[in-house]
Design a protein around this ligand. Sequence first.
Ligand SMILES: [Zn+2]
Length: 65
Amino acid sequence: MSDKSKVTLDQIIEAIEADDNLGFCLACGAEAYNVEPDARRYTCESCGKPRVYGAEELLLMGVGI
Ligand SMILES: [Zn+2]
């Protein structure tokens, strides 16, 4: 199984700097709103999978690097 992410480090850094509770879905790459920076496994409104994470959490996980 590939670990390649649809979310880039640039997107994550931008979301953290904007400080507006933006998260990303690792399954489809969709942006999600009202997601706390440390959120984990929220359900994605686009694909329905529980793979939405907050921006800071994604950074800690090493996503996009
Ligand atoms: Zn999704």
